[in-house]
Design a protein around this ligand. Structure first.
Ligand code: ADP
Ligand code: MG
Length: 255
């Protein structure tokens, strides 16, 4: 099935009244309470929330790493998950890290090398194929992780604060990279961050999470034209409003 944009309707994310609780001493901690959201095929949606608002729990349930307590959470399409840490295997080269993802998909050995090379070129790592993770900068390691995610032939990327540990300039470059791949490959992206500017820079929509229990408190549609600059006053205004809401939510919880 394809829509007008030529994208498959299957490459989407749907979450309906998802509740997730964890045992917490003799009580229950409600990490997510009746969260409902949708990411349509080809859409880029960001979730912002303070730490502890259940953002990682949401992605973990979507990825099948945690079960839902109640409600539904589904990814339609082939999914790749990216974390804050690039989580490369230190004894493998950049190329071998990507090849491993291909091998897990049963891509034939002869094809693996060429495909890994292509993917590393796509994230601008040409010439760094033979380096091991410790010989790469933080930004380069994230590029390898991005290439590895693409090697999984994912249509849907679930990203959990993937660039939070990087400096501002490297992060900005990776935003550009990610947006380029998103539009050229027609990816569907659910991107979690605690940074309102990053969310407005990237997303078609931004969902603001409250804490304890995690819920979708607000939804902001970002109508700014792309490419967007992190330094633009329009972006700063929208991000400012989101930050204000996050602060209000946090004050409500902390008192
Ligand atoms: P965020 O990613 O927004 O910082 P998390 O999803 O990591 O938030 O956590 C939400 C809440 O759920 C926190 O209070 C956290 O302590 C709790 N939590 C997350 N994972 C577990 C777990 N495996 N066991 C118990 N509590 C957890
Ligand atoms: Mg988290």
């Amino acid at each position: 099935m394809t829509n007008e944009a030529g994208l498959s309707d299957e490459h989407s994310v749907s979450v309906e009244r998802l509740t997730k609780t964890f045992p917490h001493g003799d009580r229950m901690l409600v990490a997510l309470q009746e969260v409902t959201l949708e990411v349509q095929a080809g859409e880029f949606v960001c979730v912002v929330g303070a730490s502890g608002s259940g953002k990682s729990t949401l992605l973990n349930v979507l990825a099948g790493l945690e079960g839902a307590t109640a409600g539904q959470a589904h990814v339609h399409g082939r999914m790749a998950l990216m974390f804050q840490e690039p989580a490369l295997l230190p004894w493998l080269t950049a190329a071998e890290n990507v090849e491993l993802a291909l091998e897990l998909r049963h891509v034939r050995r002869a094809e693996r090398k060429a495909t890994a090379q292509e993917l590393l070129e796509l994230v601008h790592l040409h010439g760094f194929e033979k380096r091991r993770p410790h010989e790469l900068s933080g930004g380069m390691k994230h590029r390898v992780a991005l290439a590895r995610a693409l090697a999984q032939d994912a249509d849907v990327l679930l990203m959990d604060e993937p660039f939070a540990a990087l400096d501002a300039i490297t992060r900005d470059l990776l935003h550009e990279e990610l947006l380029r791949l998103w539009s050229s490959k027609g990816l569907t992206i659910l991107f979690v961050t605690h940074n309102a500017r990053e969310a407005v820079r990237l997303g078609d929509r931004v969902l603001v999470f409250t804490s304890r229990p995690g819920r979708v408190a607000h939804e902001i549609r970002v109508d700014l034209a792309r490419p967007r600059s992190l330094d633009s006053p329009e972006l700063a205004v929208i991000a400012g409003r989101i930050t204000e809401r996050l602060k209000q939510e946090t004050r409500l919880r902390v008192g």
